[in-house]
Design a protein around this ligand. Structure first.
Ligand code: ATP
Ligand code: MG
Length: 322
């Protein structure tokens, strides 16, 4: 778990290289801009991941209902006539794990996207696998609160209720780490950057590895600190605006309110300031619970964080995007 561009996918990918296991990596980031996903979307992602396994493992999927193998290509059915059951896929992967004497680890990268899955509850096969099979799961997410809303570990009616998980949080680099990170990167490509410039970079971008990487990339391209910083900010602001639009996808009715909150909270704000700003804008009273709910959603999606009584953007560039 960690805010956007904090290095979650990178960390998982390092693990995938270091840890001897059969890895099934499901990239859900591509669904960010979609209103909802269906069974087909998920099945096709698994199909892709499993097709990248060695042929001898792929062959073991023969004979499962809804699975067709032509040549060396596996096809998973997803429609009514010919539908693969995810529990069967998990069972097979578990069998493979025992047979090969290797762990099978399934990664759902940006797993909060699975909340948008319609007409199918993936938590059932996952719970079944958790209780009965030899599989491990990794769920990553930028929208930290949303990941928990998907997993529903604390909802007695949910399939995964009460299951134990290990939580790993990735925080942005501290100032020292950020500067060290940039220094090492520039050393590798033999570029000289002054201490003031490195400091200025941290002061503007904060410690998010993703932004620091962009800065390094632009600095190599333009060979100038100011230009590199400007380009990074421009790119970052654009990305954040796009991500905020995705956040608003299923929340159009409250769109203006969310923008108001982000504007008021750019440099930090209190609950009462948020309420006042929305009321001033709309010219009507608004319910306290409503205000709290809106803020909660922004926190769950990692746009805001609460420090004491103050709500702040989670990332320096968020302030510049609104
Ligand atoms: N520990 C690290 N050392 C060096 N580079 C890193 C590190 N962590 C992340 N990066 C770089 O930062 C960028 C963002 O990292 P990554 O894509 O892994 O983040 P993420 O948390 O998965 O972000 P997103 O929310 O966008 O999926 C990448 O370009 C990556 O190369
Ligand atoms: Mg990622």
């Amino acid at each position: 778990m960690g805010i956007r561009r904090s290095g979650k996918s990178s960390l998982v990918k390092v693990l995938m290289r270091k840890e001897e296991a059969i890895w099934i990596y499901i990239d859900l980031r591509k669904f960010e801009g979609k209103n909802y996903l269906n069974y087909k979307d998920i099945v096709q992602e698994f199909e892709k991941a499993i097709n990248s396994l060695p042929d001898k493992l792929k062959n073991l999927f023969r004979g499962i209902k809804g699975v067709n193998i032509s040549g060396l290509e596996i096809r998973f059915g997803w429609d009514r006539e010919n539908k693969v059951d995810m529990s069967n896929v998990f069972e097979k992967l578990s069998e493979i794990s025992e047979k090969e004497g290797k762990k099978v680890i399934i990664v759902f990268d940006e797993s909060q996207e699975l909340r948008k899955l319609r007409g199918y509850n993936l938590l059932y096969p996952i719970a079944y696998a958790y209780d009965n099979l030899k599989l491990r799961f990794i769920f990553t997410g930028s929208e930290i609160g949303m990941v928990y809303k998907f997993l529903k570990l604390e909802d007695p009616k949910s399939p995964l209720y009460g299951r134990a998980v290990t939580e790993v949080y990735i925080n942005p680099f501290s100032k020292d780490m950020a500067i060290e990170f940039l220094k090492r990167g520039f050393d590798e490509v033999k570029v000289k950057v002054s201490d003031e410039e490195l400091e200025d970079t941290y002061n503007n971008l904060g410690g998010i590895p993703g932004w620091l990487t962009y800065y390094g990339f632009y600095h190599i391209q333009y060979k100038d600190h100011k230009t590199a910083l400007e380009k990074t900010i421009l790119t970052g602001v654009e990305l954040i605006r796009e991500e905020f639009k995705n956040f608003l996808l299923n929340r159009q009715e409250a769109k203006e309110r969310y923008y108001t909150i982000m504007q008021v909270c750019k440099q930090g704000c209190r609950w009462s300031e948020i309420k006042r700003a929305i009321e001033a804008k709309e010219g009507v009273r608004i319910d306290d619970k409503e205000v709290t709910g809106l803020i909660r959603n922004l926190i769950d999606a990692s746009f805001l964080a609460k420090e004491g009584e103050i709500y702040r953007p989670t990332d320096a560039l968020i302030a510049k995007a609104f």
